[in-house]
Design a protein around this ligand. Structure first.
Ligand code: NDP
Length: 331
């Protein structure tokens, strides 16, 4: 089995030197174990946080240890009554091509015709649920709201824009980092307006896209985007602070918004969240998203990189915006 491990903790942008590609061979299965060949593995922004030693909501990766995270695969050998050969499983073993462990560390998922397995790692899984939780639980989105989503062309962002529309948003505005992504937001994802933050003046671009202000902000980016949202908020506005990717690889102290006083004068609510506290909504989300998906209301994109040996590059490229929708590694 080929596995990617953390070799050293990155400072600023990670490089290939921070990772080791190791090969291990597994012994025969012990009772209760299965061997799973991965089909897709996920590379996610939160993994950057776990590569640092700082305490966060998930424990740091250990040096010399695996990069754990979401993956889907298929059981190829089994010594467990629970998981037969051929079963499709979702798990958290992360960046490896094959994994052997107790059957209890894998969750069997149904194989549904017309529903690619990779979707369990994004629109029908973690990033979809994150979008749903942020809008419904954190930002208390209501029909008629004008919603602004930063990082709109990524995995969480593409889900959030569509869910906001399906929940009755009046106007959905997105920002992303290229002209192609901006085009896609309005043509494929139902955004009413979108802009490229790399064109500069995020505050001015948002104000132009939201002439009547915004009621909800779903923030994946932080920094300048949060400042722009604070400027455009209507009274009683609400923000779900989901991520702040603009600072994940920064070695400098990030400049905060210069207009925090708007929280007071406009009665705004900003609340951060991590999905781990809202996993009880998985079923509710699965039912709603399953229905939307089955009735053809959900679009998605995937940027797929082939080969376990290219995982680090896929992760770094995702952090730089090479993906549209979900970045995945196909094994
Ligand atoms: P994405 O698919 O959105 O990929 C990351 C994207 O971030 C890139 O494609 C890039 O797009 C954008 N980006 C990178 N640097 C910057 C920058 N300096 N300014 C603006 N945009 C930038 O990843 P996910 O959908 O998986 O995650 C999106 C956000 O949600 C992240 O902040 C992540 O940490 C957070 N998250 C939080 C969870 C929670 O429980 N709170 C759970 C899951 C995700 P572009 O080309 O537009 O720059």
């Amino acid at each position: 089995s080929t596995q990617i491990q953390l070799a050293s903790r990155p400072t600023g942008w990670p490089t290939a030197e921070n990772f080791d590609v190791t090969t291990t061979s597994y012994g025969p299965l012990e009772a209760g174990q299965v061997r799973v060949k991965n089909e897709f593995i996920s590379v996610d922004p939160y993994m950057r946080g776990r590569m640092s030693a700082a305490r966060s909501y998930v424990a740091p990766y250990e040096i010399g240890g695996p990069i754990t995270g979401g993956a889907v695969g298929r059981v190829v050998e089994s010594a467990s009554d629970e998981l037969p050969v051929g079963a499709v499983v979702l798990h958290q073993h992360g960046w490896s091509d094959t994994i052997q462990d107790d059957a209890t560390t894998f969750i069997q998922i149904p194989e549904v015709p017309g529903m690619p397995l990779s979707l369990r790692l994004h629109i029908l899984g973690m990033t979809g649920l994150t979008a749903y939780v942020g809008l419904t639980q954190i930002a208390s989105m209501k029909p008629g709201d004008t919603v602004f989503i930063s990082g709109a062309a990524g995995a969480v962002g593409t889900a959030a824009g569509q869910i906001a529309k399906l929940l009755g948003a009046k106007r959905v505005i997105g920002s992303a980092g290229s002209a192609e992504k901006v085009e896609l937001l309005t043509s494929k994802y139902g955004y009413d307006a979108a802009f490229n933050y790399k064109d500069g003046d995020v505050r001015g671009q948002l104000a132009a896209a939201a002439p009547e202000g915004i009621d909800v902000f779903f923030d994946n980016v932080g920094g300048e985007h949060l400042e722009a949202a604070l400027a455009s908020f209507n009274n009683g506005g609400r923000a779900a602070l989901c991520g702040a990717i603009s600072g994940y690889n920064s070695t400098q102290k990030l400049a905060g918004p210069d207009n925090m006083a708007n929280l007071i004068t406009r009665g705004l609510k900003l609340q951060g969240f991590t999905l781990s506290s809202y996993l009880h909504l998985s079923e509710e989300f699965g039912a709603k998203m399953g229905e939307w998906f089955a009735s053809g209301k959900i679009a998605y994109d995937e940027t797929i990189v082939d080969g376990i040996e290219n995982t680090v590059e896929a992760f770094l490229n995702m952090m730089q915006g090479a993906n549209t929708g979900k970045m995945l590694v196909r094994i």
